[in-house]
Design a protein around this ligand. Structure first.
Ligand code: PEP
Ligand code: CO
Length: 445
């Protein structure tokens, strides 16, 4: 294998890259970003990797969640707080009711670039380029708005830093303290049966904290008053990722400091492609999506390339088969990976294999399909003697109507009520909590 550098990926084919109209301007932007501060530090990345190593052994559980595609216009403190809140709530449910530490990773602070199945789409009889995420073009359905603009990458960097900053403030500054667990409940959800289950759980936690105080234990420590929260995004735009890849002054290793964890999408995990080349050289934990369209021998070769030392915590396989196909694909994948002795975290993305178009033309996913894929994921892992280590969701803290089903039984005809996503349909606050309670039952057994 030839030598890795942070730009060696440029000698390989990179799929799903925007066709920037002005390459000189693009170059200026990435050169500029490469001089700006990193978003995260190598030490934090190593902490996350150590925690993920626990998830390989079933000693911790991974909750990775957030928008399909972050929206520049939604980079506001309330919107970020709502999404963070629902993730914290889910984590509390999973760790308290499920009895396991939960590693919280947001699809946040940089989830701005999207791979697309088709380069173009038809709008009112006209063919225009597809929306590729706010870091590339605008979702507005006009020919001009869809032209890739490198200034958006610059703006994405700044909004990612703003998001990171407020996330650090919320998680370190007392907002995420366990004694506030009741306050995270959303007014809309509070009145539902689910909201009441959550209130009950929050009261139990409060009582436990009080008891600790009464017997003289210190409840003023960071474990109770701060949350570790990590960021992640699909590392699609390799120019941006390269610009934020820095050498760690302590170990001399290279880290992609655009986020703690990065993942390679199902469409860009070619063995001889640029994405795999780039990620074999950085020290971050890496996720890889695996859908029905995969070749097990190639997956094994990619694993060898990305994690030659077989380091636990380095690699997370995020399977996304869909509830109808998971039984056809997951068992043999698990068997092959086990046979080779590869140490991986197994995570389930029950979103991307379950998308369909509702009658009115909106893209959606049904709550029961999502739940069913997760249930099958757990059962198949147990049957194979393997460890289900985490889940990966597209969700938001807002009360959107994008996925059907759940406690309020959102139907196809309700979708247009509050359908906000420019990309894939997300679970709303209530649907997310409902899933967390169900998963907690599975973890506990
Ligand atoms: C995603 O996670 O938003 C995504 C595009 O997933 P996948 O690569 O699995 O299709
Ligand atoms: Co998506």
């Amino acid at each position: 294998m030839s030598e890795w550098t942070k730009s060696s990926w440029q000698n390989y084919e990179a799929l799903q890259q925007p066709k920037w109209p002005d390459m000189a301007e693009y170059q200026k932007v990435v050169d500029n970003i490469s001089l700006l501060p990193p978003l995260v530090f190598a030490g934090e990345i190593r902490d996350l990797k150590r925690q993920l190593a626990d998830a390989v052994e079933g000693k911790a559980f991974v909750l990775q969640a957030g928008d399909c595609s972050e929206d520049f216009a939604n980079c506001t403190a309330p919107a970020i707080r709502e999404t963070l809140k629902v993730i914290l709530q889910m984590a509390v449910i999973l760790s308290y009711a499920g009895g396991k530490p939960v590693i919280k990773i947001g699809r946040m602070a940089g989830q701005y670039a999207k791979p697309r199945s088709s380069d173009t789409e038809m709008v009112d009889g006209k063919e225009i380029s597809s929306y590729r995420g706010d870091m590339v073009n605008s979702p507005e359905p006009t020919k001009e708005a869809r032209i890739p603009d490198p200034q958006r990458m610059q703006k994405g960097y700044h909004l990612a830093t703003a998001t990171m900053n407020i996330l650090r403030a919320f998680t370190r500054g007392g907002y995420a303290a366990l004694h506030r667990v009741q306050e995270w409940n959303n007014d809309f959800v509070k009145k539902s049966p689910l909201g009441r289950s959550y209130e009950r759980l929050a009261r139990n936690i409060d009582q436990a904290l009080n008891f600790m105080k009464v017997i003289g234990l210190d409840t003023d420590n960071p474990q109770l008053n701060q949350a570790s929260f990590y960021t992640s995004h699909e590392a699609l735009l390799l120019g941006y990722e390269q610009a934020l890849t820095r050498q760690d002054s302590i170990t001399g290793g290279w880290y992609d400091c655009s986020a703690h964890m990065l993942w390679i999408g199902d469409r860009t995990r070619q063995l001889d492609g640029a994405h795999v080349e780039f990620f074999r050289g950085v020290g971050n934990p890496i996720g890889m999506k695996v859908g029905p369209n995969h070749d097990i021998d190639i997956i094994k070769k990619i694993i060898e390339k990305l994690n030659p030392e077989n380091e636990a915590g380095k690699l997370t396989l995020i399977t996304r088969f869909g509830c109808k196909k998971i039984e056809d694909y997951l068992p043999s994948l698990i068997r092959d990976i086990k046979r080779e002795g590869y140490k991986v975290v197994w995570s389930c993305d029950p979103m991307h294999g379950n998308t369909y178009t509702a009658e009115g033309g909106l893209k959606t996913r049904n709550f029961n399909d999502i739940l069913q894929e997760i249930q099958c994921f757990f059962e198949i892992h147990w049957a194979e003697g393997s460890i289900p280590g985490g889940v990966h969701f597209e969700l938001t803290g807002e009360n959107v109507t994008e996925c059907t089903g759940g406690g309020r039984n959102i139907l196809d005809q309700h979708l247009q009520k509050n359908y906000q996503t420019h990309c894939d349909p997300r679970l709303n606050n209530e649907q997310s909590l409902e899933l967390a309670f169900q998963i907690a039952e599975m973890i506990r057994t």
